[in-house]
Design a binder for this molecule. Structure first.
Ligand SMILES: [Zn+2]
Length: 480
């Protein structure tokens, strides 16, 4: 694995008078502080119970907002340290207007070797992608006992011992080839955090950091009672341990047969893009879960939405160009910053499109356009281009002799502060996403959409949603 530049903290060599090389000394000190090498190597299983919170990375009101959280109860993580298996069960309850409704959701998330899986409340297990499996395998080592145990293996590579503030830091490549950085407290020698790098479609190379504190004595070992996890600079989880056990019964942690027998998921499914002409010069580009709309102007084309990832966005862009090959596709309107709707923005930039988005996204997209994607290079990493961005405040008219489309901020919507809708006044079509999803049983954001339409006195016959099927305006009016 190429190590991202961020991974290497400016280092000061540690001077030591011990006989061990300094990188081994850090691990030996950590092992002693935790209860001793042989005690650590004897541990077979770990069960952690507790409660806490999960963040809503990439789906909050703005990119930097942190008001939306899931309250986590009934957390139980069972780990087979020897065989690298883990299963986490938890119930999460949104403290915000969640698109699936306010009820608590039970989650079962597991990993067994190269297979990651989720179990639905119905008991049905499904295989998760290889990328998820890789992250969950790395997560196994985001615990002091597991990372130090792995570092004690003579086949582990220990490098770059250094002092950073009140901590001693060392890079570890485990015997099975995974890379981590571990910090220990310079005084107590107890592990304070572990970091590993992964790819995030929207953010590129990111560091996932788990911090440990509030250690307790347990069966001759010291284990933390407080875990805080960040992805990049965003806090994604916090856990307070209420009960934990070493070498207790963890039950059967092998992956369910439905998951192990399912084919591995190496990447996004191939994109299928359908095209339906809704009115002269307006096409609905659908086919899977996230739709787009193509708009024809006198001398250029404008796409509304480059969603999900390179696979979807590039397929939609290719379809748009094939519908009107004589006109250049020059710009993309982004409905909001949520990761599933902005995951194709970098592909659009690579294709030379100008990004039109709410002004609250400007700083985030400027950053996103230049972030390194070295772990899983995407279209923009392979073909770098500068970001061209047009920021929308309350409204922006896109208009020429042949076409008018007005972009409006969907103000005050509890789904996102950055939400734009597109209105075609002549065709009386409204393009929106997430505020109203026709057919969905839960519609927590629809009343606000209606208010926005009324306040601007927009004439609408058809709603063209970027999730779900096209619906008459009367369907929105029926929502309570
Ligand atoms: Zn959204």
């Amino acid at each position: 694995m190429k190590r991202p530049a961020l991974f290497v903290v400016a280092a000061a060599a540690i001077s030591t008078c011990s006989q061990q090389p300094p990188e081994r000394q850090i691990i030996a000190d950590a092992a002693n502080a935790l209860g001793g090498r042989s005690r650590i190597l004897a541990v077979k299983t770990l069960v952690i119970e507790g409660e806490g919170t999960n963040g809503n990375l990439g789906q909050d009101m703005t990119m930097d907002a942190a008001s939306q959280q899931f309250v986590v109860t009934g957390y139980r993580r069972s780990v087979d340290i020897v065989n690298l298996r883990a299963r986490t069960e938890q119930t999460r309850t949104p403290n915000f207007a969640y698109f699936q409704g306010p009820q608590p959701q039970k989650q079962v998330l597991g990993v067994d070797g190269d297979v990651a899986y989720n179990v639905a409340p119905s008991g049905t297990a499904t295989r998760a992608s290889n990328a998820v499996a890789k992250d969950r395998r790395a997560e196994l080592y985001h615990h002091p006992l597991e990372i130090v145990r792995a570092a004690l293996d003579p086949a582990a590579k220990l490098t770059s011992p250094r002092t950073a503030g009140r901590e001693q830091v060392v890079d570890i490549t485990t015997a099975n080839g995974l890379a981590f950085t571990l910090a220990i407290d310079a005084t107590t020698k107890l592990p304070t955090w572990v970091v590993s790098a992964t790819d995030n479609t929207n953010l590129g190379d990111v560091l996932i950091e788990t911090a440990f504190d509030d250690y307790q004595d347990l069966n001759g070992l010291k284990v933390p009672r407080h875990f805080t996890t960040k992805t990049d600079k965003y806090r994604t989880a916090e856990l307070r341990v209420t009960k934990q056990a070493i070498d207790g019964d963890v039950g059967d942690l092998t992956a369910p047969q439905a998951a192990t027998s399912a084919p591995a998921i190496a990447g996004p499914a191939p994109a299928t893009v359908t095209a339906e002409e809704l009115a002269k010069g307006i096409w609905f580009l659908a086919g899977q879960t996230h739709h787009s709309v193509l708009v024809e102007f006198a001398d250029h084309l404008t796409l509304i939405e480059a969603p999900q990832n390179d696979t979807r966005a590039l397929a939609v862009i290719a379809k748009a160009r094939s519908l009107r090959p004589e006109k250049p596709l020059t710009e993309v309107v982004n409905t909001h910053h949520h990761f599933d709707h902005s995951g194709g923005i970098r592909a659009a930039i690579a294709e030379g499109l100008t990004v039109i988005t709410h002004k609250a996204n400007e700083a985030f997209y400027k950053d996103a356009a230049t972030r390194p994607h070295t772990i899983a290079p995407d279209a923009l990493a392979k073909s770098p281009k500068p970001l061209k961005l047009v920021a929308v405040d309350e409204e922006l008219a896109l208009k020429d002799s042949g076409m008018t489309v007005n972009l409006y901020h969907v103000a005050g919507n509890p789904h996102a502060d950055t939400l734009l809708m597109a209105h075609f006044p002549r065709e009386r079509i409204l393009v929106e996403v997430d505020a109203f999803t026709p057919g969905s049983a839960v519609q927590p954001y629809a009343a606000n959409l209606r208010e926005n339409i009324s306040r601007r006195a927009l004439k609408v016959d058809r709603i063209v949603p970027l999730h779900g099927a096209i619906a008459p305006y009367s369907e929105l009016l029926k929502i309570q």
